[in-house]
Design a protein around this ligand. Structure first.
Ligand SMILES: [Zn+2]
Ligand SMILES: [Zn+2]
Length: 293
């Protein structure tokens, strides 16, 4: 394995570690709860409680999978023949709802980034309505997967709150058997979930504030609308419905297959033209090349 490939392999593995840790915490802690605490809840209270908790957990997992695997809104790079390297103006200004917005030239992708678009250094793509690159998802959070990201955070918080409440309830009702395996697991779950609730709750509150104000994390952190009006703020009701109720926008990227097919077709045509000039073509090939061109 060459040095470059080895480095890329190690980088790929290290990028996946936080996502693996997040999955492990979610699955292991939830399993411990359903194995050790839920049977007692079924006997003491109702079977409905674990069923509802199971549905919430499925919703959490579903949103987590979708946030990880959905294209966040990647833009295709300009093809080499359209990528004009001689571009000298690095900024262009456009007016959106009366506010001047700057569009920066992306050296890597070869086009002016639309407003709200930013180039992710980890994914190496320009992302539509870029929010941030999330290491826990090993994916960017952008226009196409923000809905799944916030739904994941909200449902996870509800799941954690219910598990924490029933663990506290279990400990209070089983104070005399505090040395039991179930009680020890309940205590461990309580401590871990309590300390995880603080950063996850804070992150969720921060994103809810951003949604209401019609901003992305990137715009908030870089202070983009500090001095002028945010042209993407349509009022808190529309800002919320845009995230929670709008349908997913279509993909912006060309399929790799179609690009390579187009390139290979162009290459074939060019080669055939060259060969025809040099008189190296059979009649059959000439016919094909003429119809292709
Ligand atoms: Zn770019
Ligand atoms: Zn990214």
């Amino acid at each position: 394995m060459s040095n470059n490939r080895c480095r890329r392999f190690v980088r790929g593995i290290s990028r996946r570690i936080p996502c693996f840790v997040a999955w492990s915490l979610l699955i292991v802690l939830s399993s411990l709860y359903f194995i050790f605490i839920s049977p007692w809840i079924i006997i003491q209270l109702s079977i409905l409680i674990p069923i509802i908790q199971g549905i919430i957990l499925l919703f959490v997992i579903n949103n987590f999978i979708l946030a990880i695997n959905t294209d966040p809104g990647r833009y295709s790079r300009a093809p080499p023949d359209e990528n004009d390297d001689s571009e000298t103006t690095f900024h262009k200004t456009v007016e959106i709802h009366g506010t001047q917005c700057r569009m920066k030239w992306c050296q890597t992708c070869g086009f002016y980034r639309p407003p709200r678009c930013s180039h992710c250094s980890v994914c190496d793509f320009c992302i539509d309505t870029f929010d941030h690159h999330c290491p826990w998802l090993n994916n960017c959070v952008g226009r196409r997967n923000y809905h799944y990201f916030i739904c994941f955070l909200l449902s996870l918080l509800v799941h954690m709150f219910i598990v924490l409440s029933f663990c506290i309830y279990y400990i209070l009702k089983n104070r005399s058997n505090i040395g039991d395996l179930s009680s020890i697991i309940s205590l461990i779950l309580m401590v871990l979930i309590f300390f995880l609730t603080i950063p996850i709750g804070g992150l969720t509150a921060f994103h809810l504030m951003l949604i209401i104000r019609g901003r992305t994390t990137n715009e908030q952190v870089t202070g983009k609308f500090k001095s002028n009006i945010n042209p993407f703020d349509y009022g808190y009701l529309f800002n919320c419905s845009r995230i929670f109720a709008a349908s997913r926008p279509p993909r912006l990227i060309y399929e790799k297959k179609s690009i390579s097919k187009r390139k290979s077709n162009l290459y074939e045509i060019e080669t055939k033209k060259e060969n025809m000039k040099n008189g190296r073509y059979s009649n059959k090939t000439k016919h094909i090349s003429m119809t292709s061109v």
